[in-house]
Design a protein around this ligand. Structure first.
Ligand SMILES: Nc1ncnc2c1ncn2[C@@H]1O[C@H](COP(=O)(O)OP(=O)(O)OP(=O)(O)O)[C@@H](O)[C@H]1O
Ligand SMILES: [Mg+2]
Length: 252
């Protein structure tokens, strides 16, 4: 199976805190990798480094073999590197549909000059974007609430909107930061189904979660992070049964 994201020798420190201490990690097409570890282990920081929110001190990230060094977040997003956020980052007063349509992706309307000289092209691009957003809302079970303000949805549905928005740029790799935190009921199952469906279509998925049952049920494999290091990689059931890792997870 082919590597979509290849991380080599990634290092990052904030003052005295080491958040990435020589991380090597590969995300594979069609596979779901679970990322577990205690608070402060560096899980979100790793997503920030991969997606270009934060610059590494050393090391490299490649997407489909292409080095991403120096690329900004939106450039990486255009290449198919998608993520969700631990704190939702939706526009609560905008409709669900509009939350998807403002997702960073490349379409003609982003240039004012084009808008001035080629309004037809821009309208066409917008129609295309709308069609795509509606398709994704269908796929994620959100079609019924497409025109409702995102802020009025249940928390679980809002999390789902975050996932849906991440799909607007034809993700090659999807990084999910605690998609299940605070989610219960219907949305729980839907998120699980959506992630499975994405992986089945060839996306490389990496999920950070403290909900270990979710990780165990969903992921093909798991990685345990602690203090900016990958300490172990293997079957999730084995990782959570390892007394050494459990002790690090829960503290002594
Ligand atoms: N921009 C930053 N500046 C300074 N310190 C930071 C920054 N980002 C993260 N840190 C610190 O790096 C450490 C790792 O944080 P990170 O958010 O990656 O942890 P995490 O594994 O995602 O934890 P959690 O499970 O609580 O979300 C923490 O001590 C955090 O305070
Ligand atoms: Mg985090």
């Amino acid at each position: 199976m082919s590597a979509v994201v290849e991380i080599r020798g990634l290092e990052k420190r904030f003052g005295g805190i080491v958040v990435a201490d020589g991380i090597d990690l590969t995300l594979t097409a069609g596979r779901v990798l679970g990322l577990i570890g205690p608070n402060g282990a560096g899980k979100t920081s790793l997503f920030n480094l991969i997606s270009g929110v934060v610059r590494p001190d050393a090391g490299s990230v490649r997407l489909d073999g292409r080095p991403l060094d120096g690329m900004k977040m939106h450039q990486r997003a255009r290449l198919g590197l998608s993520r969700t956020w631990q704190n939702l980052r939706l526009f609560p007063s905008l409709s669900v549909l509009d939350n998807l349509m403002v997702a960073p992706r490349r379409y003609a309307g982003e240039s004012l000059l084009r808008l001035a000289f080629f309004p037809g092209v821009v309208r066409q691009a917008e129609a295309e974007s709308r069609r795509k957003a509606l398709q994704i809302l269908e796929r994620t079970g959100l079609a019924d609430v497409a025109n409702k303000p995102a802020g009025g949805l249940t928390f679980g549905q809002q999390k789902l909107v975050g996932v849906a928005r991440a799909l607007m740029n034809d993700a090659r790799c999807l990084l999910l930061d605690e998609p299940m935190a605070g989610v219960e009921g219907q949305a729980y199952q839907t998120i699980q189904n959506v992630v499975r469906d994405l992986a089945a279509s060839g996306v490389a998925v990496c999920v950070v979660e403290h909900n270990v049952a979710f990780i165990r049920d969903l992921c093909d494999e798991g990685v345990f992070m602690f203090a900016g290091r990958v300490l172990a990689r293997g079957a999730v059931a084995d990782l959570i049964a390892d007394p050494r890792l459990t002790e690090l997870y829960f503290g002594t």
